[in-house]
Design a protein around this ligand. Structure first.
Ligand code: NAG
Ligand code: NAG
Ligand code: NAG
Ligand code: NAG
Ligand code: NAG
Ligand code: NAG
Ligand code: NAG
Length: 434
């Protein structure tokens, strides 16, 4: 799984995914396109895992009685037949209309086994037996499979449609006993070893596919980010198999962790997303604006968008004494009282994505409170509209971002300590930058 995770870190975000072109029955806000390079990576990972689980592998014993002229009835047995290693030199993966086709060809495999012959003839009335070990080299092993991936009720289901294994050639080398004498009989084992290898590999691929399918079933439909929000990762529609890539659509909206959210007003306004991908990447992810807006809406609905500012580096700024000359009424009414700011976001921040950057507009109200005799008294309310923009970039395996303040406007909504509009900017700048 660690490798799979590092693979997912190779993500890049592109601006105009082929993604957006399908007609989906249901709206999807995040699409992930696994490119040819990504498919090859997954294929190599699966093959490596398959080879690891296949070796060493014990195959069923083989017994045979053969009548040989002059000699008579010969009992032959091969036991402890062990598949030692498989070496896959080339493999391909090809998405097609019905699913994914993986072919491994020109593979070689090594096996070891113990052999035994016994016979008795009228010439020599006692039983003659001999035994030794053997090494089997399999050449031209071909393995192919076709698997389909469908969406079943929001989870992916993997079905192995076809699977085959073919052994072209094998060389059996006997060792021990009078092996030079028996080497000629070894062909008797060849067909059985061939079909044992073929059926063992096929069986293991079927088992592996079932395991992979149950792994897909256990993928969560929601990823919890924190106590408040979770990302809905329910798969939508069947995966779309292109000529060299596969696209997965997921719901991709943030929902409230406690599931009481009504985000039905979110629509796919645009296909815009953040840009920086090239064809060399393994995985392209395109995120719709609605993804970001759904997160902001959930946080807003959870009532988590307000902050109390009662500590600043220069604490004297949060005392009316510091404002004696700028807002005289404040000091006159509440001399030497501490103050705090209660900032509340008044509507969910709206996030816009352009090919160049991500921008957000935040509307908030900032209430100025005076703490007088352990009572918190609101004395003024300032509305604040802030525009920020940011750039998201990929640096190595890291998703990095920068944010800048573009613009802000302030308005004094009401005040019990006179109009200090002129000084508003100074007031805020002093407090927030201190
Ligand atoms: C069977 O073969 C394997 C691999 O060659 C070997 O490690 C193991 O000792 C053998 N077992 C017996 C019982 O001979
Ligand atoms: C099989 O054994 C031979 C000789 O021991 C070795 O050279 C070759 O690399 C082995 N092949 C595999 C597939 O392990
Ligand atoms: C789909 O999933 C829901 C909840 O996860 C479940 O109640 C329903 O029975 C499932 N339907 C099918 C056809 O599997
Ligand atoms: C896929 O390949 C076929 C034939 O090779 C071609 O006609 C088609 O345009 C390709 N589709 C895409 C999306 O590249
Ligand atoms: C998650 O997305 C699926 C598919 O769009 C949808 O049916 C489901 O209701 C969503 N879950 C929540 C909690 O919104
Ligand atoms: C801050 O404002 C919010 C909403 O206006 C209010 O619910 C909360 O009680 C205020 N907190 C303080 C400490 O005044
Ligand atoms: C990515 O982040 C890690 C941990 O924050 C850091 O050590 C590494 O230098 C970063 N890599 C790049 C290319 O920025």
């Amino acid at each position: 799984m660690a490798t799979l995770l590092s693979f997912l870190l190779f993500l890049s975000i592109i601006s105009n995914p082929a993604a957006a072109q399908i007609q989906s029955k249901e709206e999807s806000f995040i699409s992930a396109v696994v490119s040819e390079k990504g498919l090859n990576f997954v294929k190599d990972l699966l093959i490596e895992k398959a080879v690891k689980t296949l070796t060493p592998l014990g195959l069923p014993d083989i017994e045979k009685n053969v009548k040989i002229p002059v000699v008579g009835a010969v009992h032959m047995a091969a036991s402890n037949i062990t598949l030692l290693s498989i070496d896959i030199s080339s493999s391909t993966v090809q998405p097609g209309e019905s699913g994914i086709v993986i072919v491994a060809s020109g593979a070689m495999a090594n096996l070891s086994m113990d052999w035994l012959y016994s016979y008795s003839t009228w010439l020599v009335p006692i039983e003659i037996s001999d035994e030794g070990s053997a090494f089997v080299q399999v050449e031209g092993l071909e393995v192919g499979l076709t698997a389909s991936v469908d969406n079943q009720n929001g989870t992916l289901e993997l079905t192995l449609m076809e699977c085959g294994c073919y052994v072209k050639d094998m060389v059996i080398t006997l060792d021990g006993g009078a092996s030079w004498f028996y080497q000629g009989f070894v062909n008797a084992f060849e067909d059985q070893i061939r079909s044992a290898v073929e059926s063992a590999i096929t069986k293991n691929i079927i088992k592996g596919a079932l395991k992979l399918d149950s792994l897909l079933q256990t993928l969560p439909k929601e990823i919890h980010v924190d106590d408040v929000i979770a990302l809905n990762v329910t798969f939508i529609n069947d995966p779309l198999f292109g000529n060299s890539s596969v696209q997965f659509d997921i719901n991709g909206l943030f929902v409230s962790s406690d599931k009481v959210s009504a985000l039905s007003y979110l629509h796919k306004y645009s296909q815009s997303s953040i840009s920086c991908g090239e064809a060399l990447k393994m995985l392209w992810i395109s995120l719709d604006e609605a993804v970001f807006n759904s997160a902001s809406a959930v946080y807003f609905q959870a009532g988590l968008m307000h902050w109390i500012v009662d500590k600043v580096p220069d604490q004297s700024l949060l005392n009316t004494a510091s404002w004696k000359f700028i807002i005289p009424q404040l000091y006159r009414k509440y001399p030497n009282d501490d103050m705090l700011l209660n900032i509340s976001i008044t509507s969910p921040p709206v996030i816009r994505i352009t090919p160049q950057n991500i921008g957000a507009t935040i509307l908030s109200d900032m209430m100025v409170h005076v703490l007088d005799a352990s009572e918190s008294i609101p004395v003024a309310c300032i509305s604040l509209v802030v525009s920020v923009s940011g750039v998201v970039d990929i640096s190595g395996n890291n998703l990095t971002g920068r944010a800048e303040l573009d613009d802000f406007t302030l308005n004094l909504k009401w005040s019990k300590v006179g109009n200090f509009h002129m000084y508003l900017i100074q007031f805020l700048a002093n407090i927030l930058q201190a």
